[in-house]
Structure formats: C-alpha cells, structure tokens
Design a protein around this ligand. Structure first.
Ligand SMILES: Cc1cc2nc3c(=O)[nH]c(=O)nc-3n(C[C@H](O)[C@H](O)[C@H](O)COP(=O)(O)OP(=O)(O)OC[C@H]3O[C@@H](n4cnc5c(N)ncnc54)[C@H](O)[C@@H]3O)c2cc1C
Length: 331
C-alpha cells in the first residue's frame, strides 16, 4: 500500500470500514474479565489497629504493602481498597513496563541533564527488581522482555528518533535507530517512516501481575479489605485514623496510593489532574493475519507523537490499542 493510501489512519472521522469493524464491539475491561480474578474480599467492619495503613489497591498500594512487609515481617499492614483490587488504571492499562523514569531519554536529557545517568541506572535497577520479584514469587503474568519500538509516522519524528537513539547510545542504552525500510520489513505498515527500538522494555498482563502481588501480600500477612473507601483521615500527631462506611483503622503511618481519585489528603488535590483514556482490544488474529503483519518480535509499539497511539500483542494473539486521547472533565 502506498503511504498516500493510509492517511485515513490519522483521521478523527471514522471511515465506513472502521465503523463496520466496530459493529460487534463489547464494552468490558479485558484484563479484568478473567477467570483468574480472585474472589471479592469483605469490606472492613469495626475498628482495627495496625502499624501501616495503605489506601488504594492498585500497583502503588500493592507494592507498598508488599515491600513494607518484606522489609519488616513483624509490621502489621492493612490495605483498604474502595472498589476491587486492580479495578482502576492498574487493571486497565497497556502493560508496557519501561525502565525509563523520565518518559523517554530526550525528555530526561532536556529536563535533568546532570542526573540522567543516575536516573537511567535507577530505572534499570527498578525494572530488574520487578522482573526478579515476579520470578521469585512465581507470578504468572506473561512478563516478557519483548522490547518496545517507537515509530515515526510524521516526517519530523524521524530526526527526533535518530537523535534520541544517538543520545541513548551515548549512555550505553540498548537502543537502535531503524530507517523506514528496515522498520517496514519488521512490521508491515506503510505509515512507518523510521523507528527506534528499546530492547529493555517488557510487556505484562497487568491484572495478573496485580493479583499475584495481592496473593503475595496476603501470604505475608497483609490484611486486605475491598469495597472500603476511606472517607476521611484524621491525624492526632501520633496516630492517623481512617474512617470507612462501616469501620475505622487506627494506624501509626499511612501510605496514600489513590492515584487520580479525589484526594483524601487535601494538600495533594492541587497536584492531581485526572485525565481519561481509552483502550481497544481486537479479537484474536488468525495465523494469516499475523503473518501479513510481520511483527515476529511481538514488541510493544508506540508512535513518536506528543499525543501518541500505542499497541501490543497479547498472549492469546489479540492486539491492544490505546492512547491519543486525554479526556479531562473539568471539576
Ligand atoms: C488506559 C491506560 C493505559 C496505561 N498504560 C500504561 C502502560 O502501558 N505502562 C505504564 O507503565 N503505565 C500505564 N498506565 C498508567 C498506569 O496504569 C498507572 O500509572 C498505574 O496503574 C497507577 O497505579 P496506582 O496504584 O497508582 O493507581 P490506580 O491503579 O488508579 O489505583 C488507585 C486505587 O486507589 C483506590 N482508591 C481511590 N480512592 C480511594 C479511597 N478513598 N479509599 C480507598 N481506596 C481508594 C481506587 O479504587 C484504585 O483501585 C496506563 C493508564 C491508563 C489509564
């Protein structure tokens, strides 16, 4: 297909073909719609006391609870989740696990040039530790270091990607630049004008990872309550009391891991801007469809736009698509 034939790819107006392909669309959360989803846990009832209260059962809350327990097994840890574990962004994301702490090396080089070497090292150590923890705990979450390809789909992005790859190479990163021809030979889209590849990035089934962390938390003695939104926190200087509809937790310390939800610590509210995004999952592709695309490395792919699309294969041969929109509802 000539490049001029694919400009519809970037259009905001659906074509007849894309409307037709969405006809049998079902609205569901793919990763959470899984027989491996753990049974619901009871809400908090009554008053309990603990050393550390974690509020929020996404990745931040689960890792916090687990690390706190592993650092001190005698520490009494309680986790309160407003809904179900991993029900929010943690169970609905693209599953790209990147070592980058700076959202890309060019951004890091522009904002923190003096610290970039340290940030890169810490990012790799962090991802290595995630991988090691998944292996140690035996979490079955399809974690694979399949790498990520960032593709140029506009002319100006080709030079940017080449520059980013050179910058990365200067720091010893496993990043390569591919010209358009080499990229299209790997994944057969006429829209690709060039690419950079980062071999360190992993893909994961995020819900399975979260549920594995939950299991590890519970095995180490963390008490977890679902359907227990914290309605308020009061701090008397030595202890914090968290109130829910049917109970309260008195804790020496609290870790707030509520992400973009309304802040329960008032001072944090001004730093939170919740934006919404959409993800689509295809049905499983046939062998013929996969071979027509190429994509033998099954990498995660994203384009180099400021508002970008990203897509990745799943273990059962689908493609997850996301990105571009960042919808903000004022207030
Ligand atoms: C569509 C999409 C795609 C993404 N793709 C990627 C990706 O590919 N790679 C990547 O690295 N990141 C990605 N992200 C971002 C990533 O998913 C989040 O950064 C991550 O999941 C945040 O985890 P968290 O635990 O901080 O927050 P969340 O998962 O949002 O969890 C917060 C939890 O706190 C609970 N909560 C809120 N208020 C209360 C309360 N008062 N009391 C009790 N509980 C409360 C909520 O119910 C929720 O379960 C994506 C995000 C989205 C939305």
């Amino acid at each position: 297909m000539a490049r001029s034939d694919v400009t519809g790819f970037f259009s905001d107006t659906p074509t007849a073909a894309s409307t037709l392909s969405l006809r049998s669309l079902q609205s569901a959360v793919f990763w959470l719609d899984d027989p491996a989803r753990p049974a619901a846990m009871a809400p908090l009832g009554g008053r309990i006391v603990c050393d550390l209260l974690v509020v929020g059962g996404g990745f931040s809350g689960l890792w916090s609870a687990l690390l706190a327990k592993e650092a001190d097994p005698g520490r009494d840890v309680v986790l309160l989740e407003a809904s179900r574990i991993a029900d929010a962004a943690t169970g609905r994301n693209g599953g790209f696990v990147s070592p980058s702490l700076t959202h890309g090396i060019r951004n890091g080089a522009q904002r923190w040039p003096a610290d970039l070497g340290t940030l890169l090292r810490l990012g790799h150590e962090n991802l290595d530790a995630i991988e090691a923890t998944i292996a140690r705990l035996g979490i079955d979450c399809d974690f694979r270091r399949s790498g990520e390809i960032t593709v140029a789909v506009q002319d100006y992005q080709v030079g940017e990607l080449r520059e980013a790859a050179q910058c990365a190479a200067g720091y010893g990163e496993a990043v390569d630049f591919l010209d358009g021809e080499r990229m299209r030979a790997r994944v057969h889209s006429a829209s690709y004008l060039g690419a950079s590849t980062d071999q360190a990035v992993a893909l994961v089934n995020p819900a399975r990872l979260a549920w594995g962390l939950l299991e590890a938390c519970q095995a180490s003695g963390v008490r977890v309550f679902e359907h227990s939104p914290v309605l308020g926190l009061t701090d008397d200087g030595s202890e914090v009391t968290a109130t829910t509809a049917q109970g309260r937790v008195v804790a020496r310390r609290v870790a707030v891991a509520t992400n973009a939800f309304p802040a329960i610590v008032r001072q944090a509210a001004k730093y939170v801007v919740p934006v919404y995004d959409y993800v689509l999952m295809t049905e499983p592709l046939s062998v013929g469809q996969w071979s027509s695309i190429g994509w033998h490395g099954r990498e995660g792919i994203g384009d180099a736009g400021n508002q970008f699309h990203y897509y990745r294969p799943t273990a059962d041969g689908r493609i997850l698509w996301g990105g571009y929109d960042a919808v903000y509802h004022r207030g």
